[in-house]
Design a protein around this ligand. Structure first.
Ligand code: GUN
Length: 283
């Protein structure tokens, strides 16, 4: 049976470290790191995320401000808010919760956020800096995966790493981070031929395709490390990952559960990025 990587515990440990660093930062500089969270419309899942982000800010001692805008907000209004926050010295990180209502252009918002305050690391400047390995921020989910591996004592150097999923938010940056950590990286996606065969080569498998319980024991090498980025709702309403945990866990050496694996790390990494942005602002 695999070791279960406890994302909640690792996340709590990192938040405690951030809290300490924040207190020291405030003592030295006389202000706290500040995060602005923008949400447009009333998507219930987004509202939950935003609430959790604000709670996390309180927990680590950040200043935070939420902008809850109506679904009827225009692009001009949203742009004006971003411009204002870009100029606000109390704000070091700006996060605009995605998805936006259809009449708004997400890309325009991503481009408008000052890269120094882009704690999602979605701006092309930050994406490019990740590519060349010269970055301040990492996108939160892949950064969370790397922290889980590191804190579980899993060495990546020379390992066969298979990332399944090629999104800009998870798959692509995840592949780059594993590469920076000296892994041998393969990126798979919906058009990959012989997916099961490629997955069976993986010493470290990162599952990020958004299909409930898709990865079964026959796709996993004995002793592999299995990281499940999936967050899917089963028909019965239960939250489940991309990995069929019950069949895969006996074969893996390490595995992340859903919930309680990668999920809790994402907001923790957002806190880390906000602290980094505040530190960069006084350099
Ligand atoms: N919606 C779901 N995940 C995210 C995220 O990481 N950042 C933003 N901005 N929106 C999201």
């Amino acid at each position: 049976m695999a070791n279960i990587i406890d994302g909640k515990a690792i996340s709590a440990a990192i938040r405690a470290e951030i809290k300490e660093e924040t207190a020291a930062f405030e003592k030295e500089h006389g202000f706290r790191p500040g995060l602005a969270v923008i949400i447009v419309g009333e998507d219930p899942a987004s509202q939950v995320y935003v609430r959790n982000k604000r709670r996390a800010c309180d927990e680590v001692g950040f200043y935070s401000k939420a902008y809850e805008l109506p679904a009827s907000t225009t692009q001009q209004e949203l742009n004006a808010l971003v411009d204002k926050l870009n100029e606000d010295p109390a704000i070091h990180g700006i996060l605009c919760q995605l998805p936006l209502p259809k009449h708004l252009d997400e890309n325009e918002v991503i481009l408008r956020i000052d890269p120094k305050k882009d704690v999602d690391a979605f701006h092309p400047t930050n994406v490019g800096r990740i590519m060349i390995g010269d970055y301040s921020f990492l996108p939160c989910t892949p950064a969370g995966v790397m922290a889980l591996l590191e804190r579980s004592g899993i060495d990546i150097t020379g390992k066969e790493c298979v990332v399944v999923g090629r999104s800009n938010i998870v798959g692509k940056p995840q592949a780059m981070l594993l590469l920076h950590a000296n892994g041998t990286v393969t990126v798979c996606h919906s058009r990959t031929k012989n997916l099961a065969e490629v997955c069976r080569r993986a010493d470290i498998l990162v599952a990020a395709i958004g299909k409930a319980d898709f990865f079964t024991a026959d796709m996993i090498k004995e002793g592999a490390v299995v990281i499940d980025v999936g967050m899917n709702r089963r028909a019965d309403g239960k939250l489940t990952g991309d990995v069929d945990f019950d069949s895969v866990a006996p074969k893996a050496s390490y595995i992340t559960p859903v919930p309680g694996g990668v999920g809790p790390m994402t907001i923790t990494m957002l806190m880390k990025n906000t602290l980094t942005a505040a530190k960069d602002s006084v350099r």
